[in-house]
Design a protein around this ligand. Structure first.
Ligand code: SF4
Length: 89
């Protein structure tokens, strides 16, 4: 039996990830004090990312390789270009 190519499998998974699918995942996350960023902070961070030259395909930061929606939702995350900071660290 032919083994699936890991690189092709990864590409298939990545191509199914869209901004909308990530938004659904993030909106399903519960607010946890000390872990998740409050909504206004999350939105402010994403506004900055949307204007940044490092943003790729509306979802990924080419500077750090993270999906910005998840990075912005983590209260203790920070921008690798120091455009927005961690909170509570
Ligand atoms: S995390 Fe920072 S460097 Fe990455 S896309 Fe957002 S603003 Fe740009």
């Amino acid at each position: 039996m032919k083994q699936p190519c890991p690189e092709c499998e990864l590409r298939a998974i990545q191509s199914s990830i869209t901004k909308e699918s990530l938004e659904r995942e993030v909106s399903a996350m519960k607010y946890v004090q000390g872990i998740t960023a409050p909504e206004n902070q999350y939105k402010n961070r994403l506004d900055i990312c949307e204007k940044c030259s490092a943003l790729v395909s509306q979802i990924m930061c080419s500077e750090c390789g993270a999906y910005v929606l998840f990075r912005a939702k983590n209260k203790k995350s920070s921008c690798p270009r120091a455009k927005w900071a961690a909170q509570g660290c």
